[in-house]
Design a protein around this ligand. Structure first.
Ligand code: ADP
Ligand code: ZN
Ligand code: ZN
Length: 713
């Protein structure tokens, strides 16, 4: 059999052959095993099983497996094959890929605190359930939903042994108290939603569900999931951000009393291990989770939904550097499941595939219940400055906030920068204060009174004198969210303000608290970064103000236009989701830029057309595949030399179908004391020569290869 060793070491990066031990399962695939390796032992996972040719079978160098570490196979056969695919696709070590698929709690056999439930629900259909009383009890439970043991036994006058028998077969399964919420009936779908569901009911395949914000995409997912669950299949809903799970989960739990589980990094290892095991047993019909949930071992996967599919949090930035969308699609294809990508502002690549017929394409053009899209005003901040307004707020935004407060409604103010001042510099010599470890400026945080690096967490107190010229004329520049809160307190002293950014939201609980507090209207104004621009549904919010639309536009990244458009439309989409129409004010120094102009109109197609033209001319995805090679060293000269050697190696291995750019210093030339150089590869297809190059680069010290990079800085 072929075993992947669970260690991220280059020279172990292949499948190793072992023979079966004296004891073990008939089917070894997916089992975790202990095997001899060199003079020691190692743990690994069986990827494939094959009959050995006679010469191999007699080869004494092929050693037997020492022990089987799990009772049930840890991975399904589809997942073991997916691991092989992933390691090739992303140039990741196979052992590392397998490790990424099996949560630490499962590897270590940790258990959570599986609470003993008081309520039960019907499990899956068992064809062999012939015992009359067992069948009757199961039927009753299925019809009546979550019930206590006493209730159901009384209803069909059965004895506890009948219950126990069903329990043993997994025909009744526990419901936690949280899951036993009252069910909300489904909304009546509108014509667009109905036709979407109808087309999706056609079967497997990948679909883009492109629907304006508030068009009711989530209702479409819910309907499809219900159909899947009725067929006895399991559904996975991926969300981009831990912050979105409480809200999404509340909505899903209100609809399905049959058990919706969550999956994110805020859970303990034991909790995750428990959830993983329940999914593996097939007793969990619906999971809502973040990126890594795409590896959960569903035995009967019917549907994967990727909500807000354009979000970059779906790309993992460390090994294995996978994109959850791509893995979800591949997995759905291998397991005959359906995959729905949902967004109001799809990734340009997804939109392109949909428009070229490579994946299905469904559009929802109207907001549900005919609620209008919010009214958007653009303010040219150059004119404000010209007219002598030096506030962060334009006259239009100030008036709108005042009005919204007076009407007793809620406002969200976005600024995509946290802290108080984003850089401080000397007025006499002009030198900015930079991080000693990274080539970035330090951000001043008023709360702590310290300067902080957002890349390496270096902190220091602000100097009284310029370190370069000793001048005491030090100036704070570039406003962050802390400064917005301060301005709000000054301009509207009566308003209750809440701040939401990476400094205030440190874990899932703080997210949940923030979401609840604002939902309960414990604050009038929420000030936040892009973190809160996504997916949140607060019906009382009627005003959204975007203080500086340009922040994301000026990033040296080919996706900066796409991100700016998405951010603006998503942020605007938070306004007017309830009864009262919404209003949006966008402040910018660059109102003519197409990403901003099209966002104002919420014109996705218009944005897409312009963006696609730019991508084609400049040779970027979807027209070219990108590989980003990053070379790092503590020594700048060494980094440069290694980068040059790597570029030479690349150029010697590929023909002119692959464009090789660089090496050049990375846009952020130094992070955490490491100097960084980039080499960018562009090619129309992933040819065999690139595969060979990938193998050559994989184990090279000091070189990180990212296929389809999302973080170009
Ligand atoms: P999206 O996911 O596209 O942003 P949602 O599914 O969150 O949209 O729907 C927006 C709002 O409209 C929600 O409050 C939802 O309950 C409501 N809604 C959606 N579809 C309908 C419908 N057919 N009838 C009534 N309300 C609906
Ligand atoms: Zn100075
Ligand atoms: Zn730093």
């Amino acid at each position: 059999m072929d075993v992947a060793i669970e260690r991220a070491v280059g020279n172990l990066d292949r499948l190793w052959s072992y023979r079966a031990g004296p004891e073990g399962p008939e089917d070894w695939i997916g089992h975790r095993v202990e095997v001899p390796l060199g003079h020691g032992t190692a743990t690994g996972l069986v990827i494939r099983q094959r009959a050995m040719p006679d010469d191999l079978a007699a080869d004494p160098k092929i050693r037997p497996v020492l022990a089987v570490l799990d009772q049930e196979p840890t991975l399904t056969p589809q997942l073991t094959e997916l691991a092989v695919w992933m390691s090739e696709r992303y140039l990741a070590f196979i052992g590392q890929t397998v490790r990424a698929m099996v949560p630490p709690g499962v590897r270590r056999g940790v258990r959570g605190t599986e609470v003993r439930p008081s309520r039960w629900q019907a499990g899956e259909v068992a064809p062999g359930l012939r015992a009359v009383r067992q069948r009757a009890l199961w039927e009753w439970l299925r019809q009546h939903g979550p019930s206590t043991r006493e209730e159901m036994l009384a209803a069909v006058s059965a004895s506890p042994t009948v219950f126990a028998a069903l329990r043993r077969q997994g025909m009744v399964v526990p419901v936690s108290e949280e899951q036993a919420l009252p069910r909300t009936p489904p909304v009546e779908l509108n014509a667009e939603q109905l036709s979407a569901v109808q087309r999706l009911s056609g079967g497997a395949g990948v679909w883009l569900l492109e629907g304006v914000t508030g068009s009711g995409k989530t209702e479409v997912y819910l309907e499809r999931i219900e159909e899947m669950v009725a067929e006895g299949k399991q559904a996975l809903v991926l969300v981009p951000e831990i912050a979105l799970t409480p809200q999404t989960v509340a909505r899903f739990r209100a609809r399905f009393d049959s058990g919706v589980e969550v999956w994110h990094s805020g859970l303990s290892q034991g909790q995750r291990a428990d959830t993983w095991r329940r999914v593996r047993r097939g007793s969990t019909p619906v999971v809502v989770g973040v990126r890594s949930a795409v590896f959960l071992p569903f035995p009967r996967l019917g549907l994967i939904v990727l909500d807000e599919e354009h979000e970059t949090t779906y790309k993992q930035d460390e090994h294995p550097r996978y994109h959850a969308r791509e893995v979800a699609e591949e997995r759905a294809r291998r397991e005959g499941a359906q995959c729905i990508l949902g967004s109001a502002t799809p990734a340009v690549d997804s939109a392109w595939r949909a428009r070229n017929g490579q994946i299905g394409w469904i559009r929802l053009a109207q907001r549900a219940m005919q609620r209008p899209l919010p009214h958007v005003t653009v303010v040219d901040m150059r004119a404000e400055l010209h007219n002598g307004n030096r506030e962060m707020f334009s006259g239009a935004l100030m008036a709108a906030v005042t009005q919204t407060l007076a009407a007793g409604r809620q406002t969200i103010l976005f600024l995509n920068r946290r802290g108080y001042a984003t850089y401080i510099f000397c007025r006499d010599c002009g030198a900015p204060l930079s991080c000693p470890n990274c080539a970035v400026t330090l951000t001043y945080h008023q709360e702590t009174g310290r300067l902080r690096c957002h890349y390496c967490f270096y902190e220091t107190v602000p100097p009284r004198h310029c370190p370069t010229c000793q001048s005491s004329r030090i100036r704070y520049f570039g406003a962050g969210t802390e400064r917005v809160v301060e301005a709000v307190a000054r301009l509207w002293p009566e308003a209750r303000v809440l701040r939401a950014d990476r400094d205030t939201l440190t874990g899932r609980e703080s997210h949940e608290r923030m979401w609840r507090a604002f939902s309960r209207r414990e604050a009038d104004i929420l000030v936040g970064t892009q973190m809160i621009a996504k997916g949140m549904d607060w019906p009382m919010v009627t005003l959204v103000g975007i203080l500086a639309a340009d922040v994301s536009l000026n990033f040296p990244d080919f996706r900066s236009g796409e991100r700016t458009f998405q951010l603006l439309v998503q942020a605007s989409g938070r306004a007017g989701r309830g009864q009262t129409p919404g209003e949006v004010v966008i402040q910018t120094y660059n109102p003519e830029h197409y990403a901003i102009a099209r966002a104002v109109e919420a014109d996705y197609q218009g944005f897409y057309d312009e963006e696609l033209g730019y991508r084609e001319t400049a040779g970027y995805p979807p027209f070219r595949n990108l590989w980003l090679l990053e070379v790092r060293s503590r020594d700048e000269d060494q980094a440069r030399r290694m980068a040059q050697e790597t570029a030479d190696l690349v150029r010697s291995q590929v023909d002119d179908s692959v464009a090789v750019l660089g090496p050049a210093p990375a846009p952020i030339a130094k992070v955490r004391e490491l100097f960084r150089f980039h080499i960018l590869l562009k090619s129309a297809v992933r040819s065999p020569q690139l595969d060979r190059l990938g193998v050559a680069l994989k184990g090279r010290a000091g070189v990180r290869v990212t296929i389809d990079p999302y973080f170009m800085l």
